[in-house]
Ligand binder design. Sequence first.
Ligand SMILES: [Zn+2]
Length: 386
Amino acid sequence: MRLHHFWFFLLILSILGAKVICHDPEDLQHENHPPGPPHGHWSYTDITEWDKVYPACGGKEQSPIDLNTQETRFEPSLKPITVSGYDVSSEERLKLKNNGHTVVLQLPDSLQITGGLANTYRAAQLHFHWGSLSSPGSEHTVNGKKFPGEIHVVHYSSSYKSLDEAVTQPGGLAVLAAFIQEGPEENDSYRHLLSYLENVKEAGQSTDIPGFDIRGLLPRQLDRYYRYNGSLTTPPCFQTVNWTIFNQTVFLSEDQLSILEDTIHHDDDHILQMNFREPQSLNGRLVLSSFRAPVSGRKAPGGALAPSSSAPDSADGSSNHSEQEAPGAQTFGTGELLAIIFGVLFVVTALSFFIYVRQNRKRNHRSSDKKSNVIYKAATAEDNMA
Ligand SMILES: [Zn+2]
């Protein structure tokens, strides 16, 4: 009897475990935006109203967009993105601010994009978009898939004196974007930045933090990316952005991701979550890729942006490997791997349970046979006696 209980316990545990891990965060992605009054002039609770105050938000070249990997065009002239000055000395201080919509790190204009665009672009700031503990919150999507978060490093063209001057000019801005995903290991480059989020918990708060290697916040590979013309994803939505979205994703540990998702407030007692805009219509725009268009039907290695596809060139598999990525994450996500482990555990447990039950039944059967034999003999004896 006790063994029965043990097997049942294991069985239930396996089923529960598999259920928890197989849960698809996509199911929850359309949760409501955070409650509370709008912050400043606009908020994520009234996205549909943005164009009433900021007409550009209703334009035909808006961002973000869904990156449909079947419809992007390989453009061999797109050279690898190169940056300079990204390793900021710890002597320098960078301003980190909670502006009520996101957390922004101001960057000195000594950080530059020096390759991969027609012009040199100077950095202005970087910020993040995220969802919640249970729901992804990237702005761009890949074949409809949303990632847990997204980093935007905003630059302005060196043809202009300042960000303010460039922001209204076509091609005035260049944003480097990367998706943020959950990985098994802590990301060293993000540790520094995330450790200061507590200091800017409330909207309007800011703090000066020591410089660090900003390059580490981006994926290792900067040569494989998507490129299109779009807009700021927040009001005033100016359509002046040259977008670069890297194919390789950035990995944060579960704890690091939850710090990003669950620390910043947008007003008193309200955590700032789901600070993203949904993908906008392409309206005939072409999305270019710096690498060969993925072929459908095959699974891309982890960290690549083509969830159901893989680039045909042989370099793809190895070049997609990121230092933030665990070896297992190349072919399976952590969730998938755990689901398989629980699946196997379930089958083994179920089999053991049924074997046990069968053997027990046989034993009971044999012993009851003996008993019935005894009874039968006794009865016979009685009959005989009678
Ligand atoms: Zn952004």
